[in-house]
Design a protein around this ligand. Sequence first.
Ligand code: SAM
Ligand code: SF4
Length: 331
Amino acid sequence: MNTANLIDPFGRHIDYVRISVTDRCDFRCTYCMDEDVTFLPRKDILSLEEIVTVAQTFIKMGSKKIRITGGEPLVRKNILWALDQISNTQGLEELTLTTNGSQLKKMSKDLFNAGVSRINVSLDTLKPEQFERMTRRDKFHQVIDGIEEMNRYAFRRNKINSVILKNQNDDEIVDLAKFALLRDMDISFIEEMPLGVITDHDRAAAYMSSDEVIRLLDAHLTLTPSALKTGGPTRYFDVEHHTGHIGVISPHSHNFCSTCNRVRLTAEGRLLLCLGNEHSMDLRPYLRVPAKHPFTLEDAIVKALALKPEKHHFNLNEEPQILRFMSATGG
Ligand code: SAM
Ligand code: SF4
């Protein structure tokens, strides 16, 4: 097998897989889930062995990059074992992780030793009260300590991810950028996506476009479009006098579907071909009782890629058409 198998009907090479290892989380970010969210029954969640099997199958088929996410991936028991197995698979170039940072103080060293090469930490505010308002948890200092601990290890490059909501944290864009740049980290500002029904705020009213974010930053920092590409939807800018980059992820204002190189595995084993569409294939039956199926897991993955749609359509003024939350999706 080689990457020829991982090409979709629109000629895009799918060499990046994002794997959600749990839908559970120790935070309740207001844009991601409600306080009383219902999690999946444990029996429906893939075991760590099953997750490793899917990851290794994708790598064998030519995937070069795997990102582990969730929910909060670091609250999954024994996750370090799975990370170690995946990072040691021949052919993989990069194992990366997205986390809310709550466990980084105690786990950074183990993550580095398990072969994680880059970490994205979500941090939307530098004010403890606003942090509690946005995550519904009083863990600001724990996260900041975790980021400082992570930066003691030689990860290839680390990044902050900030979802910007108008009238909530849009006054902190410059401070967040400086926080990352002073630590030689990148930072991406993300437009909120209408994934799942939330009750905390009106997503359309809270919408802040990436162009507004860049205009604001331009008044304080000297930005020029960067050649940096990390194989994702982020558009990067170089920043004068800094090694870190500023990026924007703009699912609404700049459709990035034409260069989409990724698929997502949900915590229960559904391969999602697009974040903004329901096209998917359930891989769990191919993992749990393979003898019953005429197809192998590899065949199922090839068939699934044929379902990848050309693009997503998000409309903030309509009811969400995607009812699953980012946490269940592998954001
Ligand atoms: N718990 C980890 C974290 O927060 O980094 C990993 C999973 S989280 C779902 C991954 C990323 O999705 C985070 O950066 C989070 O801010 C982002 N996210 C969650 N819901 C979102 C939404 N509705 N729109 C845009 N980004 C969202
Ligand atoms: Fe948890 Fe991440 Fe969703 Fe926040 S964004 S609730 S940390 S999964």
